[in-house]
Design a protein around this ligand. Sequence first.
Ligand code: URA
Length: 209
Amino acid sequence: MENVKVLDHPLIQHKLSFIRDESTGTKDFRELVNEVSMLMGYEITRDLKLEDVEINTPVEKMTAKRLAGKKVAIIPILRAGLGMSEGILKLIPAARVGHVGLYRDPETFEAVEYYVKFPKDISDRKVIVTDPMLASGVSAIDAITALKKRGANNISFMCIIAAQDGVDALAEAHPDVDIYIAALDEKLNHKKYIVPGLGDAGDRLFGTK
Ligand code: URA
């Protein structure tokens, strides 16, 4: 699938081995998730537009490049997506951060948005949606639908570990969205956890297990 990119740089794979390891505690887990997010963010922002600026170096005048216009909005899916936003903000400190929290009504199967706050100019920004785990794909699909409803039109999704089912579902629902993952795992178990995965990302990030 051409809009799916596996970012398996050796540094990412190395850090991911500690993220997956059950003996890694909350503090290290949180730091590692942010470090991997920063490394992934470097690749995801490769297409940001640049403009020419005239500057003076101590030696002479030159035309240099700077990021052009409105830039990036990071949209963590609550709650585990929050664990990835700081790492990207280290790369792009001026990025805006929106939040989306939703669940599927168990009776109607409609997405219920319990918290949505996006930057007003979301339609002018490159939007990076974060969630460490892409399991069934339902939350990512609903979050991206919520963004499109409010005008977002340049959306990338990033996660640390994905299952093929989730990738397929997201790519089918939103074929215009680029999907960046650090690792593609085998399958989901009966509880919809990714196998081998890393367990519950939210619990491991926030120490709530
Ligand atoms: N969410 C998680 O936190 N872990 C999984 O394995 C799947 C979804």
